[in-house]
Design a protein around this ligand. Structure first.
Ligand code: PMP
Length: 373
């Protein structure tokens, strides 16, 4: 009897083909983000009839696609960004990887790409990491960035759900975002373009969300700002910073100290770093933690009244990115960094989140968030 039900993704059948020409490692000091790739990649094909095929770890290399592949025409693609770390004792660690894989399945669902078993996919990633171990830098602040990617490969010039897909993972060794210490950024509050809207896809990590952001990034650069600040709606609600979640630490008019991050209303990417910062702040229990809307008007007023303490972005690449200035409607708004140090490039709260998360990621501080491979 034949079993015709499509196969689930299974790590136990993984096939491993090692490269015969390993590349030389790049010295840490020469690493540029996303430019150096390791020796191997993980690739898993899916077809509607057969389901998930044998996961393959194979030499890093080009993939071949039909020029009519759906991904190339209608953007049926989603991805993730996560990091592997090597701690002092040489153990390989991932930071809350289950959150990335869950988010990836949600992104895939929005594109009608098939669901995968997150635990089995994680086992395949772990195998890849063991093979690529020599590429995981041990120096603090360095890591191996992983890019899980999911593409629709069916050749079709009709907009349709794909009956074939490829899930793959590539890896890049990366250095600290700010090699010489924090550099607080200036932001251009973008009125001209919108990143995400209710009912849209801003809460997912679809490739199609990012290309339209380049023009906003260019506009920020043309205005001598490093990043753009995404605002939304008639009230100019603050949503995200470039490709990071946003945090505002302020004193309310009533004198209460709060940490605010915009709520997950469908326009905000639910960042793993965002969750971690909110969780840590709630554990510390030193000020109120709020997931609520915040407008440019509220920030401007609080700055004028001396109530803003710090603002920062948060994401996997940099952990936290302090904010020093916002260009809004032609006016420069100065955001405080550290009241006790006029030279500082980061405030005490941003620095504390940065150091706490870095210590957990490297295994210097024990935490269930750090997943040993
Ligand atoms: N917002 C956007 C739009 C992003 O692309 C990212 C990076 N994935 C983030 C926020 C931060 O998410 P995370 O903390 O999971 O990296």
């Amino acid at each position: 009897m034949t079993n015709s039900s499509p196969a689930p993704l299974s790590a136990s059948s993984i096939s491993i083909q090692k490269t015969d020409s390993p590349k030389p490692l790049v010295p840490n000091s020469q690493l540029l983000f996303g430019k150096t790739f390791t020796d191997h990649m993980l690739a898993i094909r899916w077809t509607h009839e057969g389901g998930w095929q044998t996961p393959e770890i194979k030499p890093y290399g080009n993939i071949s696609l039909d020029p009519a592949a759906l991904v190339l025409h209608y953007g049926l693609e989603c991805f993730e960004g996560m990091k592997a770390y090597k701690g002092k004792n040489g153990e390989i660690r991932l930071f809350r990887p289950e959150m990335n894989l869950k988010r990836m399945n949600l992104s895939a669902k929005r594109l009608t790409l098939p669901a995968f078993d997150e635990a089995e996919f994680l086992k395949c990633i772990e195998q890849l990491l063991k093979i690529e171990e020599r590429w995981i830098p041990q120096e603090k602040g360095y890591s191996l960035y992983l890019r899980p990617t999911f593409i629709a490969t069916q050749p079709s010039l009709g907009v349709t759900s794909s009956n074939e897909a490829l899930l793959y993972v590539i890896c890049c060794p990366v250095g600290p975002y700010y090699p010489t210490g924090f550099k607080a950024v200036s932001l251009y509050a973008t009125r001209e373009y919108v990143r995400a809207w209710p009912g849209g896809t801003g809460n997912m990590k679809l490739g199609g969300n990012y290309a339209p952001g380049l023009v906003a990034q260019k506009l920020a650069a043309d205005n001598e700002c490093q990043q753009n600040l995404w605002i939304f709606g008639e009230e100019d609600k603050i949503t995200e910073v470039g490709t990071m979640n946003l945090f505002v630490h302020l004193k309310t008019k009533e004198g209460e100290t709060v940490l605010i991050s915009p709520p997950l209303d469908g326009t905000i990417l639910p960042g793993v770093t965002r969750y971690s910062i909110l969780d840590l702040a709630r554990q510390w229990d030193e000020f109120k933690v709020l997931e609520r809307e915040i407008t440019m008007h509220e920030v401007c007023e609080a700055v004028q009244e001396g109530r803003v303490i710090e603002m920062f972005g948060a994401g996997t690449a940099c952990i936290v990115s302090p904010i020093k200035k916002i260009l809004y409607d032609g006016k420069h708004i100065d955001i405080p960094l550290d009241p006790n140090n006029s030279e500082a490039q980061a405030g005490p709260l941003a620095t504390r989140f940065f150091e706490t998360i870095l210590d957990i990621q490297g295994g210097d501080v024990k935490s269930e968030w750090s997943h040993v491979v």
